[in-house]
Design a protein around this ligand. Structure first.
Ligand code: IPM
Ligand code: MG
Length: 344
């Protein structure tokens, strides 16, 4: 996927001449883990620090436990660089089969803001009395006033910049009466600074219904690390496939490199067949360009992706017969041939 993404980025750079990318590849991942016992080198974070952005592929392989690949690479990079905002835009691209009847492009145009530094992914908890009948395992979610306030402020600011100025704050404060009630209280406080943003609250279970039953009632969505993880899979499915869904792990203060990754997993069932959907990688690349200030390149890339989807050049997960390479070539071709005038 990352190779496909780099191909379209090259095509864009060649067409516009407005930017060039200096790319360095790192083979950090499951193969390295099997070979050397670690997904990345001990000084990995230091090696990444100087970069402007990271373009990150799916990690994981059969035989490598998922919690090892997560805690050995993605989480240390994200948490080490304090990228507290995970930005997951989603929408229905033209020409794609979606599961909801009567819902098409424009009816589902969301950005999910996932808290990305704490909560259920804080790594707190433990196991005791292993293997004994008394064995106990705890998984503690950690919510800090600093962490909750900054992600809510980020979400309100984002909602304010979007045309509908509409935000939904997701919690589970009926059952989880400590940290989640604190979220609700902080949301009320933060909202005072954004009088022009319309906002509401949804409990996460009710939210799944709302996403399916009235997708038009949503625009910007903010939720905890785990809730937003789950909701973003549902969002991807409602948009046709997790294979289109992008994400950016953002350090809003730009102290550290932000990291851009399609949110689909490593999909062992189709790995190596050459049919995985590269749209998520392209959308993610557009997000990365936006972050780097190359907004017209980002817009041109998305126009190219939409035109290729509309022309029915689609991988099997979204109802087509094309291979990853055919889709990638078509997007590069659309970029080269594009005479669309975009304002910077
Ligand atoms: C995601 C993924 C990851 C997560 C997995 C691969 C650990 O599901 O980015 O949504 O849970 O954060
Ligand atoms: Mg997920």
């Amino acid at each position: 996927m990352i190779a496909a993404g780099l191909q379209v980025l090259d095509a864009l750079a060649a067409r516009d001449g407005g930017f060039s990318l200096e790319v360095r590849a790192f083979d950090w991942g499951s193969e390295r883990y099997k070979r050397e016992g670690a997904l990345m080198p001990g000084d990995g974070i230091e090696q990444l620090r100087a970069f402007d952005a990271i373009f990150f592929g799916a990690v994981g392989a059969p035989g490598v436990p998922d919690h090892i690949s997560l805690w050995g690479l993605r989480l240390p990079i994200c948490q080490g660089f304090d990228r507290y905002a995970n930005l997951r835009p989603i929408g229905i691209l033209p020409g794609i089969e979606v599961p909801l009847a009567g819902v098409g492009p424009g009816d589902l145009d969301w950005v999910i803001v996932r808290e990305n530094s704490e909560g259920e992914y804080a790594g707190m908890g433990g196991r005791a009395h292993r293997g004994l009948p008394e064995e106990v395992g705890t998984e503690v979610a950690v919510f800090t006033r600093t962490g909750v306030t900054r992600i809510l402020r980020y979400a309100f600011r984002l909602a304010q910049r979007r045309p509908r100025k509409l935000l939904t704050v997701v919690t589970k404060s009926n059952a989880q009466r400590h940290g989640m009630v604190m979220w609700d209280e902080i949301a009320l406080e933060v909202a005072e600074d954004f009088p022009d943003v319309r906002w509401d609250k949804s409990l996460v279970d009710a939210m799944t219904l709302r996403m399916v039953k009235s997708p038009q009632s949503l625009d910007t969505i903010v939720a905890t690390n785990l809730h937003a993880d789950i909701l973003s899979d549902l969002a991807g499915a409602l948009a046709g496939s997790l294979g289109v869904a992008p994400s950016g792990n953002i350090d809003p203060e730009r102290r550290f490199p932000s990291m851009f990754e399609p949110i689909h997993g490593s999909a062992f069932d189709i790995a190596g067949k050459g049919i995985a959907n590269s749209v998520a990688a392209f959308w993610t690349a557009a997000q990365m360009l936006d972050h780097l200030g190359e907004t017209s390149g980002a817009a041109r890339l998305m126009v190219a992706v939409e035109s290729v989807c509309a022309a029915g050049i689609l991988t099997p997960d979204i109802g087509g017969k094309a291979t990853t390479q055919e889709v990638t070539d078509a997007v590069c071709e659309a970029i080269r041939g594009s005479n669309i005038q975009l304002s910077g």
